[in-house]
Design a protein around this ligand. Sequence first.
Ligand SMILES: N=c1c2ncn([C@@H]3O[C@H](COP(=O)(O)OP(=O)(O)OP(=O)(O)O)[C@@H](O)[C@H]3O)c2ncn1[C@@H]1O[C@H](COP(=O)(O)O)[C@@H](O)[C@H]1O
Length: 215
Amino acid sequence: MGKAAIPKAKPVKAPKAKAPKAKPAKAKPVKAKLVKAKLPKAKLAKPKLPKAKKKALKVAASLPLPPGIPVAQQLAMPKAASAAGAGALGPFRVEGAEAAILDTLWRTIEARRAAGDIEHSHSARLLARGTAKVAQKLGEEAVECVIEATMGNRAATVLESADLLYHLLVLWVDAGIAPAEVWAELARRQGISGIAEKASRPKGLVRAANTTKLP
Ligand SMILES: N=c1c2ncn([C@@H]3O[C@H](COP(=O)(O)OP(=O)(O)OP(=O)(O)O)[C@@H](O)[C@H]3O)c2ncn1[C@@H]1O[C@H](COP(=O)(O)O)[C@@H](O)[C@H]1O
């Protein structure tokens, strides 16, 4: 019984011969890592071009952009850039295209309302249909904007955002609200945390009594 255990210990020496073979293999993984690091970049760069071209054709055919905004540049932007903040807006900068355009557009819509030329003015025609229609159109444009943003359609979201802002201004004109009133409210909120503000609101039945929301 004890003799049989001795021969089993001899094969243990065999693994020592395999150890030298492993040394040259160490140099290979280093090269393999470098190759792997380059592959993803090539894979990401190739599929982007055909997608951008397809989207550019669709948008150009169905929703033509105003002059001065490079469609190809918008669509070629990586999705990560859209979440990068103000830096992502670089390609969209157009001479004279600033937030002040909202004040100008509001004055135009107000002038159209006053003139009442429903034959030639979309604003006048929409305003003539009443508050409910104006509000309905704003809701429709908001939903369309939400859909495009949810689908990740960056360029279409820009177009829908413009529609949304225009129809919001029509609603302001209908309600007799001047942009400065909204700007003032935004200015008042500057520096106030939204979370802190919400926490300071009255809760429960007190809040429900003052709003249409459920407590
Ligand atoms: N920014 C806009 C703007 N954005 C969108 N639209 C119009 O909004 C309308 C939206 O079309 P929809 O089919 O969604 O709505 P709809 O025609 O009311 O159809 P229904 O919902 O009634 O079925 C289209 O006629 C668009 O051209 C705009 N119309 C005007 N403006 C600006 O307003 C200024 C004054 O326009 P007028 O009032 O038309 O002179 C213009 O110079 C522009 O600067």
